[in-house]
Each structure stands twice: as C-alpha cells, then as structure tokens.
Design a binder for this molecule. Structure first.
Ligand code: PHE
Length: 466
C-alpha cells in the first residue's frame, strides 16, 4: 500500500514555502554583484524580461508536472509514462546536490556573522574585508589556515537543515516560512531607506537606474538567465517536488506569478540596497568583490546607522532564514527522491546525504582563502587557479545543469506530455487559465529555443568563469 503523500497544510503555507525556496542567498548575496557587473539598469531590464517570459511559464510547468504526477523529480517522469525523460530528474537531483554543498557553507558564514555582530561588531567595522577573509582562514601575514570557525558554523547550519527536514514537510518546512518571510521583507524595506539616504549613494542609484548598453554583452544575458533560474529555484526540479505536495484546489498560475513577483522584488530591493551602499561607503571599485558582497559591503552601512548593530543582527538573522528555507527545499527534493526511489528511511537518508554534502562543501569554504589544499588543485602550469575550481561548482550548476534541466522540462511538456496536459493540470483548481495560448507558445517554442541558443552559444564561445 502506498502511503498518503504529504501535503501543504494551507495555501499560504505553500506560497511561503515556494517563495522561501526562491528567496535566498541568490537574491541578496549574488544578485547585486551580478547586476553591477551587467551594467545596472540594463541587467535589471534583461532580468525582468527573462523572469516574465521564461521564469513564470517554467515555474508553472514544473509545478504542474509535480502535482500531476504526485512524485519526486525522477519518479514524476515515470509516473507520467515517459521514463525516457527521467534524465531530466537526475540532472535536477545532481544539480541540487552540488548547489547544497556550497550553499550550506555560505549559510554557515551567515550564521557566523549573526554571532560576529552580536559579540564583536567593532572588529567587523574596523576591517570589513579583513574580517571576512580571516573567517575564511586568511591570516594577516598572508598565510592561510584551515577556517575552523567557518566550518563549524557551516556544520551547525547543515544540522539545522537536517533537523527541519526530518520533522517533515508540514510541521517543519511550512511553519518555518510563515514568520521568516514577512519579517525579511519588512527589514529589507527599512534597509533600503537607509541605503538610499546614505551620503554618496546617488551615484550607485544612478548606476542602477541608467541603461548603458555598452556594458551589455552575451555574457550579460547568460548571467541574467542563470541568475533568474537560480533565484526562482527553477531548473532543479525542486518545484516538481513542491508541486507534488500541492493540493488540487490550488491555482498554479496565480501562485507562480506571486512567487516570481516576490522573489524578483526581493532581488531588486537587495540590488538597490547593496550597490548604492557600496558606492557610498567602500567606493565603486569594491562592488564586484563577488562572494564578499553581502558580508563586506554592508558593514559600513550598519556602522553609520543609528542602532546599526541591532539592524545588522536582524539582517543576518533574516538572511539566515532565507538561506535556510532555500537550503531546505534543496535537501527536501534530494531526500524525497532518495526515500521514494530507494525506500530509504527519511531520517537516515537526511543524515547521510547532509553529512556528505557538508564534507564536500568544506572544499568550497577552504578554497576561499585557503591554501591547505592548494597543492591538490592549483595547476599553475595550465593556468588553472584554485578559486576557479570552486567557482566551478557554481558555474557548473548555474550555467549548465540548471539550463539543461529547464530545457528538458520544456521539451517534455511542450512536445511529449503536451502543453494541453499542463494546462489541464493548471485549470484543475476550477479557474480558467487566461494565458493558456501564450503559455503554449512559450513552452513549446520560445523557452526551448532561447535556452538552447544560450547553452550552445555559451559552449561555443567558451564562456569564462565569472
Ligand atoms: N533560489 C535560491 C536562492 O535564490 C537558491 C536555490 C536554488 C534554492 C535552487 C533551491 C534551488 O538563493
């Protein structure tokens, strides 16, 4: 006898969980830097177009595959009678696995910062960049050590994830999101006001609002696409898993608009906080410092705010929530797959997979400043630098696995399962799907062609790591 499948406890529960999956480090840690590199306003515009024309339909597509099949990401294709497409699910699980390895570690850094601001804020203010790198194992004299502190916090972060996952979908994942998401939103608005009123922030604001096409290249489009899919949690078949817990009364199309809208709003607000804040405090040449962004750039802003320390603690706490809810969705879809496919027990599967992912992620944290592994990975003769190996984890998932999985879903729904089946699933809640015509064209032609072109071009032009 098959057990009854878990379901979201309420409508809001689902929206918040899916939005919780979408809103995460990607919005706050990655988006502002990408927007800056992509020329500010121009990047924003391209990003918005991608969200509307590819993001929303793809989200609907994944949710309807999940709800129609009531199965995990690989099982879904089997259940719908098209075993040949199970590879899409496999890529999804693998992508989720690789992302979790590093994502959980960055989550650990956030946790470290919560404690950092509680206990030693002046040290952060004095040397934001130095503080960040010393957490990652860089000594002041240029040597490096194993970043035990960061690793410890990453382990705690991963353990938190595991506990919530073991408690299950409704009581764990859902309850968690109901408080964290609205609070995050509120705090972002407060920080936005602070950022744009900092003396010297106008230049950053102008940068984010002006469209400079000379900065836009094919790389920009690639970066926007990778970022949009990553940020919306598309192309890792996570939404297939979440869709499978969704009740038949839910309106998939409306929910997809809401979730994409919330996610994009948070990303854009974060961009308008971080970029102007950096221009105003650290100077514009500091903006592109990649991962250090959310950790380094905001320090001066908090320093200059009345009650900045309190805001800092709140901010990193909420970033922690956002990271946790995203990480939970990643782990949940891996665990759902393992328990259903191999009949593993939920608890054992969670503990096992989380341990492995944590261990692999240690390479990521160590690589940021660290040399202990340098001998293994640096191949100076061939010009391969050590950080490139770790960026590779991000590159591999953002630029290859996510688009390939998304493409697989489009081809599956567009040409095999047929848009009509997805539309029927979307309309199952009893409300007519007004954009059915456009959806059909998007999922059948526009989305696959766009993703394919981008994939081919990126392979052909030998995209460099960004
Ligand atoms: N969307 C999340 C973020 O923006 C990351 C994520 C990617 C979560 C893929 C789940 C799946 O941080």
């Amino acid at each position: 006898m098959e057990k009854k499948r878990a379901q979201w406890g309420s409508k809001l529960g689902f929206i918040l969980a899916a939005a919780g999956s979408a809103v995460g480090l990607g919005n706050i840690w990655k988006f502002p830097g990408r927007a800056f590199e992509g020329g500010g306003g121009a990047f924003l515009l391209i990003y918005l177009l991608i969200v509307i024309f590819l993001g929303v339909p793809l989200m609907m597509t994944e949710l309807s595959i999940g709800r129609a099949s009531q199965a995990n990401i690989v099982g879904a294709f089997h259940k719908l009678g098209h075993k040949g497409f199970a590879w899409v699910g496999w890529i999804g699980v693998l992508g989720a696995f690789v992302i979790t390895c590093y994502y959980s570690h960055v989550g650990g850094w956030v946790l470290r910062y919560v404690f950092g601001y509680l206990t030693e804020a002046p040290a952060i203010y004095a040397e934001p960049l130095g503080y960040f790198y010393s957490m990652l194992g860089a000594n002041a004299d240029g040597t490096t050590a194993i970043p035990w502190v960061a690793l410890l916090f990453a382990a705690i972060f991963m353990a938190l994830n595991a506990v919530i996952i073991i408690r299950g979908v409704e009581s764990g994942v859902e309850r968690f999101n109901k408080v964290g998401m609205p609070a995050l939103f509120l705090l972002l608005l407060i920080l936005l006001v602070r950022a744009v009123t900092l003396p010297g922030s106008e230049e950053g604001l102008r940068y984010m609002l002006s469209i400079d096409w000379s900065k836009v290249s094919f790389q920009t489009v690639l970066s926007a696409l990778g970022q949009a899919f990553y940020s919306l949690s598309i192309g890792m078949a996570i939404l297939i898993t979440y869709g499978s817990y969704l009740s038949k009364q839910e309106n998939i199309s409306k929910n997809s608009f809401i979730i994409c809208g919330m996610d994009t709003l948070v990303a854009v607000i974060a961009g308008f906080i971080v970029v102007p804040a950096v221009f105003a405090t650290l100077g514009r040449d500091q903006v592109g410092k990649g991962g250090g962004f959310a950790f380094v750039s905001l320090a001066r802003m908090f320093q200059q705010m009345p009650g900045g320390r309190v805001f800092a603690v709140l901010f990193y706490l909420l970033l922690l929530f956002a990271a946790l809810t995203s990480c939970i969705s990643l782990v949940e879809s891996i665990v759902a797959f393992l328990t259903e496919r191999f009949s593993w027990k939920r608890k054992g599967a969670t503990i096992g997979v989380c341990t492995v992912m944590f261990l692999i992620g240690c390479l990521y944290t160590c690589s940021q400043a660290a040399i202990p592994l340098k001998g293994i990975w640096i191949d100076a003769a061939n010009g391969v630098t050590y950080p490139a190996f770790c960026d590779f984890m991000e590159y591999f998932t953002d630029r290859l696995m996510i688009p390939i999985c998304a493409l697989g879903c489009c081809i599956f729904v567009g040409w095999v399962w047929k848009p009509e089946s997805a539309i029927a699933e979307i309309e199952r809640c009893g409300v007519r799907f007004r954009f059915a015509g456009i959806y059909r064209v998007l999922v059948k032609y526009v989305a696959p062609l766009a993703i394919m072109t981008i994939l081919v071009m990126s392979l052909a032009t030998g995209t460099t790591l960004s």
